[in-house]
Write a protein that binds this ligand. Structure first.
Ligand SMILES: [Fe+2]
Length: 227
């Protein structure tokens, strides 16, 4: 694990996993079965909502800071985000076109949606790597880990609980064992016990298999619980 705090790391791993899973499902979809593909389209819409809100969190708490420290990089990230917002609009149009198509036309519409999502995911992968490889060092050079953690905590504490659970499902499934322990230890230390219990029951229990769950609990047992 990186020695310095990195507030992009876990959420980006979760979003990469969510996007990759959807790309696979879109490629394998049976568009001739409207009921089966309706669930996939609903899951895609849900993912795009999380992706949009993630960009809004970054705009409000992170990109506003990076523009004051590295203007060219800040403008580049703003440009990436604007492209993403435009892509979300195009993807919603492609989702509706698939829903409304009948018969053989549905296969074509589904494939166009698959291609549009593959293009968006490719651009998002490049964008997130830019944030981690170029923006994070700027923050780390100018802020200590406590300040970086405070930025992350400010973002997390403003997220509604159902949305937080959805992000944790992705992050826990997309991260390695030590990262999962760090994620759950942070929320155990920083959130009310009832919030921790809901994240544990609705995210960790759902996202992890039995072995991963046991490993997480063993890791958390090794961590002191904050007073
Ligand atoms: Fe971003």
């Amino acid at each position: 694990m990186s020695e310095r705090h990195d507030f992009y790391r876990h959420i980006h791993k979760g979003l990469r996993l969510g996007g990759a899973r959807l790309l696979l499902r879109l490629g394998r979809a049976d568009w001739a079965q409207p009921a089966a593909s309706a669930e996939l389209l609903a899951d895609l819409r849900g993912h795009l909502v999380l992706a949009r809100k993630h960009l809004e969190h970054e705009d409000a708490e992170i990109n506003i800071i990076i523009r004051t420290k590295a203007l060219d990089l800040g403008l580049r990230l703003d440009h990436d985000h604007a492209d993403h917002f435009a892509a979300f609009g195009r993807l919603e149009v492609a989702i509706r076109a698939t829903e409304q198509a009948d018969g053989p036309a549905r296969e074509g519409a589904g494939h166009r949606l698959y291609l549009a999502f593959s293009r968006h995911l490719g651009e998002d992968l490049l964008h997130m790597a830019r944030e981690e490889e170029e923006a994070m060092p700027v923050f780390q050079a100018r802020h200590d880990d406590g300040e970086l953690q405070a930025i992350e905590n400010r973002i997390k504490s403003a997220i509604p609980l159902d949305e937080l659970v959805a992000y944790f499902r992705l992050m826990l499934a997309g991260c390695g064992p030590a990262e999962r322990v760090a994620l759950m230890a942070d929320i155990r230390a920083g959130a009310p016990p009832e919030v921790y219990a809901i994240v544990e029951a609705q995210a960790a229990r759902v996202a992890l298999d039995e072995g991963e769950w046991d490993e997480l609990q063993a890791g958390l047992d090794q961590r002191p619980v904050a007073a």
